[in-house]
Design a protein around this ligand. Structure first.
Ligand code: 13P
Ligand code: SF4
Length: 304
């Protein structure tokens, strides 16, 4: 049954010349039919270069918006319109415009997990895998980092030569994991390396053997000679890694590390979207797009 739907999707996407992008948090059956899977940074770069004129994003809304910002001439769909990122909705343009008045000389650096509207008042965009490189490459010394206080703290600790102002936003899924829970999991698996996403709390990140994006964590685990790993990010990564490396063992940091928004998209959503009976086309007016895309272009420019 799953194979039948996958085959139908593969046929339709070829016929209709559609590119399917899947974030690494998608389930295995969706990753298998995607033209490209990866972390936020890889997907945003891919969005710019994919040759197809129609793109279906399997991920959350800000990711589909990023594709549209970078490729306005393409038709872009979000496979499941209910999939949003709670962190992206936490701060709005009005709030940040007000904060900027108190920090007039600070460059506003926005995590890509933000709305298009908010990006219009930001200077540079970053992802979890590009943040360190990009902020180091920026000429500005004073950085107002939004919205994730945990990613912001991680970056701040790695770049002591710059001044950071952080706001109190973040990912509800990653941020709920406590140091006590992390220590409990580490004690249960004393030989495992601990790989952590920087959206986790600083006191959890502090315990890590490796800190990185979703793709960074997967690459590290695949290349490592170690045999056991605790995965400190969304639990779909535990499953992907277990399929990719059957000779190794992967443990979730917590059974609660589940992003329900990332889980919303199903294989049938992708099929319905291809058949024109599901998904949502992303529409952004040109004035907003032109203002919002500047900070993503800057990220790609500084990121090389
Ligand atoms: P990545 O940048 O690692 O893809 O993370 C995106 C995200 O939403 C993590 O929760
Ligand atoms: Fe947003 Fe967190 Fe889900 Fe990532 S895991 S999409 S940051 S809510």
């Amino acid at each position: 049954m799953i194979k039948d739907i996958q085959n139908l999707i593969l046929q339709l996407k070829k016929q209709k010349d559609v590119c399917i992008l899947a974030h690494s948090y998608m389930s295995e059956d969706i990753c298998e039919i995607a033209d490209f899977t990866g972390d936020s940074y890889a997907l945003s770069v891919k969005a710019k270069t994919a040759p197809q004129s129609t793109v279906i994003m399997c991920g959350v809304r800000f990711m589909a918006e990023t594709v549209k910002l970078l490729s306005p001439q393409k038709t872009v769909y979000l496979a499941n319109p209910t999939a949003g990122c709670p962190m992206a909705e936490q701060m709005d343009k009005e709030l940040i415009s007000q904060v900027k008045e108190n920090y007039p000389n600070y460059a506003v650096v926005a995590y890509i997990n933000t709305t298009t509207d908010l990006k219009t008042v930001c200077d540079v965009c970053v992802t979890s895998s590009s943040a360190l490189k990009i902020i180091k490459a920026m000429p500005e010394k004073d950085i107002l980092f939004i919205p994730d206080v945990n990613l912001g703290t991680y970056v701040k600790n790695q770049i002591p030569e710059k001044n950071f102002k952080l706001l109190q936003g973040g990912c509800p899924t990653h941020a709920k994991i406590t140091r006590e829970e992390a220590l409990k999991t580490k004690n249960a698996h004393p030989n495992a390396l601990f790989l952590v996403h920087p959206e986790c709390r600083p006191e959890v990140v502090e315990l890590a053997d490796y800190v990185g994006s979703t793709s960074g964590i997967m690459d590290f685990a695949e290349k490592s000679n170690a045999k056991e790993f605790i995965i400190g990010t969304e639990n779909s990564i535990v499953q992907h890694l277990q399929f990719k490396c059957p000779d190794k063992l992967f443990y979730p940091l917590s059974k609660d590390l589940v992003c329900h928004n990332m889980k919303a998209t199903t294989l049938v959503d992708v099929l319905n979207c291809l058949n024109g009976v599901g998904g949502e086309e992303i529409v952004i007016d040109e004035k907003t797009r032109a203002a919002a895309v500047k900070c993503i272009d800057k990220m790609i420019e500084y990121g090389g």
